[in-house]
Ligand binder design. Structure first.
Ligand code: HEC
Length: 156
């Protein structure tokens, strides 16, 4: 009996996942392994790209602020540092990822990139709420610039 519980305890200890450490940004790590974080963040970023594409349709082609509203709310949640930063676990670059190691050397500047993104999404949302489609078109371009300026520096 004792032996069995000892084995059980050992098995439990050995199979305990290695806790991957999130960067020192105050957020609790949500991923047990770095590769899960990489897979998740890449899917999430693809989803964000799709949302932005749909919003271009809503706002530029269809001038449909009402239709855009739920997508804008979703974008505000997903295209945010709070959502994305915990998936950038320190050192999770290399195979299967396009992230540059520079991210973790310049963590604050990388974080600031998401703060800029959030500001661009908020501005787009305001333009849409005001049904100012000309401004919304400009804000969509600025939003894309925000994506690209981070990619230029931190993505291969
Ligand atoms: C602050 C930095 C930053 C911002 C802002 C940013 N990205 Fe990225 N993005 C990255 C990094 C880093 C990667 C590489 C992630 C990886 O491969 O591990 C990436 C990857 C991607 C990918 C590739 C995913 C894949 O699996 O092919 C897409 C698509 C993407 N981003 C879309 C966007 C869009 C759209 C925006 C703006 C709405 C945006 N990103 C804003 C940093 C950023």
């Amino acid at each position: 009996m004792l032996r069995i519980s000892l084995i059980a305890a050992l098995t439990l200890m050995l199979s305990a996942p290695l806790q991957a450490q999130a960067p020192d940004n105050g957020a609790a790590p949500r991923f047990e392994e770095a590769r899960h974080a990489v897979t998740w963040r890449r899917e999430e970023l693809k989803g964000i790209e799709r949302l932005v594409r749909q919003l271009r349709f809503d706002l530029v082609n269809n001038r449909d602020a009402r239709g855009a509203e739920p997508r804008l709310a979703e974008l505000a949640e997903r295209a945010s540092g709070e959502n994305l930063l915990p998936a950038f676990i320190e050192g999770s670059h290399g195979r299967g990822s396009e992230a540059r190691p520079l991210i973790w050397e310049e963590w604050e500047a990388f974080e600031a990139g998401f703060a800029d993104l959030e500001a661009r999404v908020a501005a787009l949302r305001e333009a849409a709420e005001a049904e100012d489609y000309r401004l919304a078109t400009r804000e969509l371009s600025d939003l894309s610039l925000s994506c690209r300026s981070c990619h230029r520096r931190y993505r291969y």
